[in-house]
Design a protein around this ligand. Sequence first.
Ligand code: ADP
Length: 577
Amino acid sequence: MNDFFSSPSVPGNDDIISRLQAISNAFVAITSELDLDVVLQKIADTAREVGKAHYAAMGVVDENGKITSFITSGITKEQRELLGEPPQGHGLLGLLITEGQPLRVPNIAEHPRSCGFPPNHPPMTSLLGVPVSVQGRVTGDLYLTDKIGSVAFTPEDEWWLTIFARQAAIAIENAHLYKKARIAQQRSQTMAELTSQLNQSSQPEELFQHITRAACTLLELPAAALYLLNQSGSRFDFEAEVGLRNLSQHSLDNALPIHGSAAGEVLEKGLPVIIEDKAELEIMGFIQLENGEQPRSMLMVPIRRGTLVKGVIAVYGSRPRRFSAEEETILQAFADQAALALEKARLYQQKEEFLSMTAHDLRAPLTAIKMSAGLLEVSLPSDLPAPLKQLVSNIGRNSERLNTMLEDLLDFSRLEQGRVVLKLERLELTEALSSAVSALAPLFEEKNQQIELKHTGGKFWVLADRNRLEQALVNLLTNANKYTPESGRVETAYMHEPGWVTVEITDSGPGIPKEEQNLIFNRYYRRSVHDQSRLTTGSGLGLPIARSLVELHKGQLWVESEPGQGSTFKLRLPIAE
Ligand code: ADP
């Protein structure tokens, strides 16, 4: 018969109604609580009070019958701490869990299955324990010890504690489900955030770091590593780690072999490898956590492209640990997203290399065209018809523009690869800005724009590469000129604060909506919606180049703007000592 409906023998005790009332009242409080630990504590406290015992304890048992949480009532916090880890369930508690039957013992020490008390355990004599079961499976145990005012617990005590445990099981299960649902919901939210961040970096190093950090966050574990299969498929190269120590020193060539490694097993089967306790397998080899200890548990999932394994993500735990099916699924889902991001980064890298190679190759013929057009322009006969003169000057102007675009492309790829080295000198910022403005004066005149340098005197010394700083300023001023309509206005000003100076370039152009104010600093990003962008030419590299240059100078570049109200680009640099 179903365990739930088999009633324990009903005692004829006057106390019953008051006890039932007490537990029913307690359950209103217990079931209104969803935090598992609080629920367990309330159950243990209620059991102790209603059962009139000195002590009570509530254990939670996992699928393997192991006690994973142990909540006590009636002993002080300090006493509880001295007891340490939950009991292993070898003695009487084990009996309670394996037999799934109540246990009423007048003297614990005399019971044949008793294995005594651990050190620091308060002395206890009588015991009444009942299993806590859900759908026929024992999920915990609840017991009282040392009945107050009596030598032993009675059958009545057993009767009501059994009833109490049945209700407790439901409250615990609810709290369990709630906790699981909450964790799952938090995980999927974290997963969504982490995956969307994956798409923000196309720099391999940055991406590798992000992947390992995200893997730790997802499973709330202290360490993770990323390995990618090398081109020939002969080993896994180490790419990034979080929370591991001296990985490179311990691992030969910074790589994992295919044979005998967990990664090799993942490659062979195309499936995750789980190590719940290192004792199981010695394939974690050289890995050390930051505290110098070896990890005890690991979950390693494949990074797949189609059916091929291209790498692995491993997360490590400092203690033995089970990985639930849900955890495995979520890390695998993340690895699949990471695989897409890695592939995108690889293609991006190829495209960049191709672009920079092409730009490089186009330079020589373009220089020849530019020089020839220049020579042609100065050696044209003066009586040449104006339309012909115009054609020659078009060649000159457009080859100049093409040249600027090529230079931007090359510059950007140099900056991305960290190949730009600054020639730093102490220079004066207001002079650098004036010189950039003078160089562009003809452009402002052409559009009949007013440019005003607002400067109340004072000098701002910065440590900078003159050419590179001017390049950043020129890019900002060129944009102000390009995107501001004819007869518009551009103003420059300075803001001084301790240790910093900020150049502000304000225009009366169309402005930039909030949601695009960061995007415009992304490579190749051009606002397609607003008229001025469509009418102007550009490569979408001016701002990313300017920002990279400013950041190389340990400064910042950003924009403040309202659509229809113009824009202010702010370039902030540290003042030189
Ligand atoms: P490009 O000017 O070659 O398009 P940039 O990287 O310099 O590339 O600028 C990116 C985009 O930012 C431009 O296409 C434009 O839409 C927007 N933008 C830049 N500066 C301004 C400005 N001063 N006012 C309005 N929009 C601007």
